[in-house]
Design a protein around this ligand. Structure first.
Ligand code: ISL
Ligand code: CA
Length: 545
């Protein structure tokens, strides 16, 4: 019987996301791989990581870097073999690190056996997907794709299939019990191999209630027919009952466009659906009309407002400032120039002192910044590619498209991890698949390991601090009134009350200080002042209670 404490074994964990293609290459083909990950397990252990979220390593033609799976029980040979994967699981286990895998079940690759059979006319497999006849010369409905353009593509036979992402990613039909059986079988396959759970890709859109025309939106027309549907809640409960509850899993849902109320429903313990979710509202504080490609000025008080709202909404939110789909957090919320180091440490402190589970994305711990791409030809991402086409149709000039895409492309977070300052940053001996940032000369693991005051060592200390603090790892959260753009909150457990101060601006800010003694921070002793927070200053103050 699971006791209350081991039931949520993951609750005080630090999670580190690995995007395998960009993490570490062991064989010189320029592509990160599983043996490369194995070679860095000690590094992760030393950092204080408890759980690795591994982005897809399954068999895939790689149009969306593995988020287009052609065989869920196979390993992409670019990344290694099944033996490598098993070795990764067991080596990690020996170090006390658990692994959760990405579960991408809204869609498969169009090169999956199921889809190929479906295209060949096999009735059984046609019902795994959504094939429909067009309406006259029109598509079956007016839905839009997440990657720009329409959500339907034509087959050679003249009918259409649904894909909410690229046309290489046909959506699965979750009304079909056979799809349910196949996918739950795949979950068991991996759980039996010793993985600890899943990060479920776009899990809140998998169940479509109908294929009617949707209300017209600037983006994602049709969403009312698939966002957080009752059918989806039902599926999650069945996954839990039939599979997840039989193993000691940790399940985090990637839930697009969720509101706090939706998220509460999805994480409600009584309902037994997801353990926690990734929300996106904080990622969008600087986008116009929720469209990330159209930016407006980032205002720190908005970030504070959104984070505060989500801290209050969920008991254990999944906190993150970066992942493989977003720009680097220093570009997003910090300062890449004068205050690069200071703001990186501040963002570390913020992410790791909120209530919930902190997720760190590879390279974030050394303060990596957006890619320094020379032009659109350096970009590899399918989303950027599709959006470029859509912007072209809107008649935007090359220089405007270049600006929009280089600023926001997902490739900004996908440049190879900078291990040292050598030519290929210690990532590969060959030609890297994506341009390495020139700032590897000073942003890299080797030099930061040697420097006691580096961002990397700040992460290590912060992680250790969090682990030793009941207030940070499981205490309550409460925002404290503060000047705008300064985030002050308490974290409190039985005998420990901490005040966390984050100056999210590049200006000094006068604040009222609570608490008794400063116990952690990113300030220089020399310019620390009692009532002033320096630009991007972070401190934790303990209070006697
Ligand atoms: O990147 C995005 C904009 O911020 C999102 O629209 C993103 O596409 C969405 O969050 C879903 O992402 C997930 O599923 C996609 C895959 O391309 C992403 O890498 C993955 O994280 C399709 O599987
Ligand atoms: Ca390789």
């Amino acid at each position: 019987m699971a006791t209350a404490s081991n039931k949520k074994w993951w609750k005080n964990s630090i999670v580190y996301q690995i995007y395998p293609r960009s993490f570490c290459d062991s064989n010189g083909d320029g592509i990160g791989d599983i043996p490369g990950i194995i070679s860095k397990l000690h590094y992760l252990k030393d950092l204080g990581v408890d759980i690795i979220w591994l982005s897809p390593v399954y068999q895939s033609p790689g149009y969306d870097n593995g988020y287009d799976i052609s065989d869920y029980k196979g390993i992409n040979p670019e990344y290694g073999t099944m033996e490598d994967m098993e070795r990764l699981i067991s080596r990690a286990k020996r170090l006390g690190i658990k692994i959760i895998m990405d579960l991408v079940i809204n869609h498969t690759s169009d090169e999956h056996e199921w889809f190929k059979k479906a295209l060949d006319g096999d009735e059984k497999y046609r019902d795994f997907y959504y094939f429909r006849e067009g309406k006259g010369r029109k598509r079956p409905n007016n839905w839009g794709s997440f990657f720009g353009g329409a959500a339907w593509s034509k087959t050679d036979k003249g009918d259409y299939y649904l894909h909410l992402f690229s046309k290489k990613q046909p959506d699965l039909n979750w009304h079909n019990p056979e799809v349910y059986n196949e996918i739950t079988d795949i979950m068991r396959f991996w759980l039996d191999k010793g993985i600890a759970g899943f990060r479920c890709d776009v899990i809140n859109i998998i169940y479509k209630t109908s294929l009617d025309n949707g209300k017209k939106h600037l983006a994602l027309t049709g969403k009312e027919y698939y966002l957080n549907t009752e059918g989806c809640h039902d599926l999650l409960r069945r996954f839990n009952e039939d599979v997840w509850s039989k193993y000691k899993t940790f399940i985090v849902g990637e839930t697009v466009l969720v509101t706090p109320d939706d998220a509460k429903q999805l994480c409600d313990e009584e309902k037994r659906e997801l353990d926690t979710v990734f929300f996106f509202e904080h990622m969008d504080v600087d986008s116009r009309g929720g469209i990330k490609w159209f930016k407006k000025r980032y205002k720190p008080y908005k970030l504070i407002k959104v984070l505060d709202k989500w801290q209050n909404a969920l008991e254990i939110p999944a906190n993150y400032l970066e992942n493989h789909d977003q720009v680097r957090s220093i570009n997003h919320f910090g300062n890449t120039k004068e205050y690069w180091e200071k703001s990186a440490k501040l963002l570390c402190g913020l992410n790791l002192s909120l209530k919930g589970i902190p997720f760190i994305y590879e390279g974030e711990e050394i303060g990596m910044t957006n890619g320094d791409f020379r032009g659109l030809s350096d970009i590899r991402d399918i989303e950027s590619y599709n959006v470029n086409k859509a912007l072209k149709r809107m008649l935007l000039t090359h220089s405007i498209r270049r600006k929009i895409i280089l600023r926001t492309s997902r490739d900004n977070a996908r440049t190879p991890v900078q291990w040292d300052s050598t030519d290929n940053a210690g990532f590969t001996n060959g030609e890297p698949w994506l341009k390495i940032n020139e700032n590897k000369s000073f942003i890299n693991v080797a030099s930061e390991s040697d420097d006691e005051n580096s961002i990397l060592n700040f992460y290590k200390k912060m992680i250790e601090f969090r682990k030793n603090s009941k207030a940070l790892s499981e205490g309550t959260y409460r925002k404290v009134a503060s000047p705008s753009d300064v985030f002050i909150y308490t974290r409190e457990a039985k005998e420990e009350r901490l005040y966390v101060y984050c100056n999210l601006t590049s200006y000094p800010r006068e604040v009222e200080f609570y608490g008794d003694r400063i116990i952690f921070g990113n300030y220089d002793e020399d310019d620390r002042q009692d009532f002033i927070l320096q630009p991007y200053e972070y401190r934790i103050v303990a209070s006697n209670i």
